[in-house]
Every structure is written in C-alpha cells, then in structure tokens.
Design a protein around this ligand. Structure first.
Ligand code: GLN
Length: 190
C-alpha cells in the first residue's frame, strides 16, 4: 500500500508524517513523471487551491490525476484539497478537478475566524480535534451519494462520496491521526 501526496505547495509533509506513523508508505508527486509511479491512493493537501490548480495544469499533472480519481482511486482532500475536488465553488469562478458533488464556499469563515481550533464529532470516529485555516466549508450537497461526516456550527466540514473523502479542516496539523486511519481502513481496501 503506497499513498501519493501531492507535493507542489502547502502542508504536504505533515500528511506524509501522519501516514508514515500509521505504517503507510508515501511518495511525493512533484512533477508529471511522478504520476506514473505506482501508488494506490492520493492525498491533496491544504495550501492555496488556486496555486495548486494552476501548477497542476502547468506541470501537466491535472488530467492524469483526474483520470485516476475518476477511475476510482481513493483520494483524501484537506482544505484546499477539498476545493480542488469540489464540483462547484460558490465564490470562485474557478473549478479544478471538480469530481465531487458538493458546492464549497472558499475562505468561508471571514477574517475574525480565519484560523481556529475546535473539538467536534466525526461520524464513525467520535470526537476529534479540528484545525481550520482560512477554511472553506461545504455549502451544499449536490447528490445523495455524498455522505456528511461532520458538521461544526451548522456547517458541513467533512464528507465522503464514493472514493473521495474531504475535510475543510486539517487533521494532519493535529496530533490525532484518526481521519487518516479512517481513510486507509475504510476507503483503501487493504
Ligand atoms: N484558503 C485556501 C484556498 O482557498 C485554503 C486554505 C487551506 O488549505 N488551509 O485555497
């Protein structure tokens, strides 16, 4: 079992550390040729969705990764990663990989609450620490195949659809690896 972590920008090392801690091997995707390595699942980290979307296109990695996800490769997107996967972004004219039937709102917590931490429930896990950094949230579920996994202050902050898992928060920036464990155990069939 090998998980590829998109390593163009943002908080990718923290994902690698957390996965390695769980005994999962990781590789970094930095350029097109890395996408042809063998791997079983993909992590799209937090950072800036506009920058990552642009780099994915410029480096010619976009279609290769989109195709893998479309064909069922398990993918876990955190924060900007959620925005890369969202089928719609309410307050952005851009759309990126766009395969998940959700409408997201970018930078949805305003300036005062730009960054915050809380402890809240995640379906199938229980209470976990959640760290939000200029986070989006899921404004709408656009298909009944999307399962809501966590709601904080009436806002959907985690969901799953088929092979795709997204969190608006950063589990990799906490000391709790339960969401990564959930991804590996429930979605990566090993
Ligand atoms: N605000 C960022 C965006 O719009 C996401 C922030 C994050 O990934 N921590 O892409």
């Amino acid at each position: 079992m090998k998980v590829a972590v998109l390593a163009l920008q943002g908080a990718f090392i923290e994902h690698e550390n957390m996965l390695n801690e769980l005994g999962v091997e990781t590789i970094e995707l930095r350029q097109k040729k890395d996408c042809f390595e063998e791997f079983d699942a993909l992590v799209l980290p937090g950072g800036e969705s506009t920058v990552m979307g642009k780099l994915l296109r410029e480096l010619d990695m976009f279609d290769i990764l989109k195709d893998k996800i479309e064909k069922g490769m398990p993918v876990f997107g955190t924060c900007a990663g959620l925005l890369l996967l969202a089928g719609n972004i309410e307050n952005d004219y851009r759309k990126h990989i766009g395969l998940m039937d959700i409408t997201a709102e970018r930078n949805a917590y305003g300036r005062q609450l730009g960054s915050f931490e809380t402890v809240s429930k995640f379906k199938g896990i229980g209470e976990i620490p959640m760290r939000f950094i200029r986070a989006p949230y899921i404004k709408n579920i656009d298909d009944e195949s999307v399962e809501v996994l966590s709601v904080v202050d009436d806002k959907i902050v985690a969901a799953r659809e088929k092979n795709m898992l997204v969190t608006a928060f950063h589990p990799e920036l906490t000391d709790c690896n339960e969401v990564h464990k959930y991804f590996i155990d429930n979605m990566c069939n090993i």
